[in-house]
Design a protein around this ligand. Structure first.
Ligand code: GLN
Length: 530
């Protein structure tokens, strides 16, 4: 039978619940257990894809094309679970589904209420992940205990545990133990209050995970255990990881969290095998050199807007025993002389994904600097538009080369709306597609294969009418969709490292398995630095 772990958060938001869930998943997998991850978000949006990256960070895209919260990125980076649209539900989506059910007459005219209807649909989504090939489902409840919005979720998981038997469920509560500098004391009261709130909803947490800046002394731990009504070994310290988020699982492991979970849920599990993870951390801890990579994009100022790109660079750094320093450059500042100077002196330039008018000009200039100065360049999604527009204008000689995303009336729209293989409603191509790579191309050599599968999220593509002109001018169009419908990869052979792709390779990079393109790009940056 599939067991369930529910992770709630208390005291304050942004405690890193997603990372804690991902770390628990990773630890259980290291013991040979099969896990499935899920996030239930209490907000009302139905389209996470149009949430502002400034407010909400990156939109993380799954194989099936679902656009989700960036926590799902942590899940996929830490575990081998490949998520689907069943792994991410906002309350808005649940309400939408309930509206459809009502229209279909499924409620038989009864009054539709939070209890039992909203709670039932939440329980359905949780139970939906049960399967013979899953030992443990880990469900993260978004928000903080005490939020009005997450009350139905709390009620639903309370009922769920009651339905399937308390022994098959585990409630993990993540809280903050603040350190008061003046008093030189860790404070447990907020945690006691937060657990008190959970208890008033009928949930007795089984484990308390404590985010803390300072080690929690045994007597404080005993106090938390006593007041929160759990055994002392169920109070787990999660100290701030100052080096890397990938240390979090090790910190939880050092506090025997996986052992305690396995025993509380009565799981048959192997001894943990953490060798690959430890080796990865060891490589990251002991870099032999460093490089600086500029990430030039419109959302560069927001620390989470290109989350997966930054993570993929870290993984690639680990693979190359290299410390990757990231310079975030707002694409709107590229025209400034001092910004140009920074760009001319970095070891590699990335133009990541982006939407909307103001993204383009600065990124095109960044491409030009990279191309002309021989700086390793990696274009991702929007980055292939920027790269090909720059090449079109400055090498092919199409002065007004542009994308219809930015200029609908330009004479040479080298990028135009997708022709086929797109969502009929909004014209976006989303999710995994097979890509054929030209034999002998740099891309094929880097991947070590001529067919790959990568995730997409774009509305514009290269217009094949311009293919011959670009090739004559020296561009190698080295990757096409398996269906032949569109261009996927462009590279410049005479350049030390210049690859642009229409997909998002960053979504498939993992700390122990750096994505080949990112790994090779960082290797090129190391060579560039010399
Ligand atoms: N805005 C571009 C497009 O829609 C690029 C999308 C992206 O960067 N993901 O094609």
């Amino acid at each position: 039978m599939t067991k369930h772990i529910f992770v709630t958060g208390g005291v304050v938001s942004s405690l890193g619940k997603g990372l804690t869930c991902a770390s628990i998943g990773m630890l259980l997998e290291s013991r040979g257990l099969r896990v499935r991850m899920q996030k239930l978000d209490p907000y009302l949006n139905i389209l996470p894809g149009i949430l502002s990256p400034f407010q909400h960070g990156e939109v993380y895209v799954l194989d099936d094309g679902s656009e989700t919260d960036l926590d799902l990125g942590h899940y996929e980076r830490f575990t081998s679970d490949r998520l689907t649209r069943n792994s991410s539900w906002t309350t808005g989506l649940l309400y939408q589904e309930m509206g459809e059910k009502e229209r279909a007459g499924e409620y038989n005219g009864v009054t539709i209420q939070v209890i039992p209807h909203v709670t039932s649909i939440i329980k359905e989504k949780i139970a939906n992940l049960d399967s013979d090939d899953v030992d443990v489902v880990i469900t993260e409840i978004g928000g903080t205990v005490g939020d009005m919005e997450s009350l139905p979720h709390m009620e639903a998981i309370r009922q769920f545990a009651n339905d399937i038997g308390k022994q098959n469920c585990l409630f993990v509560h993540l809280t903050l133990i603040p350190y008061l500098k003046a008093a030189r004391e860790l404070k447990t009261k907020p945690t006691q209050h937060s657990v008190g709130r959970l208890l008033s909803i009928g949930i007795q947490p089984d484990m308390i995970v404590c985010r803390t800046e300072q080690p929690i002394p045994a007597e404080e731990r005993a106090k938390i255990a006593l007041f929160c009504n759990v055994p002392a070994d169920c109070v787990v310290e999660e100290r701030d990881a100052d080096f890397s988020i990938y240390e979090v699982p090790m910190a939880l492991h050092a506090n025997k969290m996986d052992e305690t979970i396995v025993s509380l849920l009565g799981l048959k599990a192997a001894e943990p095998n953490l060798t690959a993870w430890r080796e990865m951390l060891e490589r990251m801890h002991h870099p032999e050199q460093e490089v600086t990579i500029a990430v030039v994009g419109r959302y560069a100022d927001h620390k989470d807007a290109y989350k997966s790109v930054y993570e993929a660079l870290d993984h690639a750094g680990g693979a190359n025993r290299t410390q990757v320093r990231i310079r975030r450059i707002d694409s709107e500042n590229v025209t400034r002389q001092e910004t140009r100077q920074i760009l001319e002196n970095v070891d590699g330039i990335i133009v990541p994904g982006g939407f909307g008018e103001r993204s383009l000009d600065g990124t095109v200039e960044a491409v030009q600097i990279a191309r002309e100065k021989g700086i390793p360049f990696f274009g991702v999604a929007l980055g292939i538009q920027s790269a090909m527009i720059e090449f079109g204008r400055n090498v092919v000689g199409l002065n007004d080369a542009n994308s219809t995303e930015y200029d609908r009336t330009c004479e040479n729209p080298v990028f135009c709306l997708l022709k086929d293989d797109k969502d009929p409603e909004d014209g976006v191509r989303r999710g995994s597609r097979k890509v054929n790579l030209a034999a002998g191309s740099k891309a094929a050599q880097i991947y070590g294969t001529e067919q790959i599968e990568e995730r997409h999220r774009h509305r514009y593509e290269f217009d094949f009418q311009y293919k011959a002109k670009f090739e004559e001018a020296g561009a190698v169009l080295s990757g096409e969709a398996e269906t032949g419908s569109h261009l996927e990869v462009m590279e410049l052979p005479g350049h030390p490292w210049f690859v642009a792709v229409s997909f998002h390779p960053e979504f498939k990079s993992q700390p122990t398995k750096a994505h080949p393109l990112f790994a090779d790009f960082v290797a090129a940056a190391v060579r560039h630095r010399g």
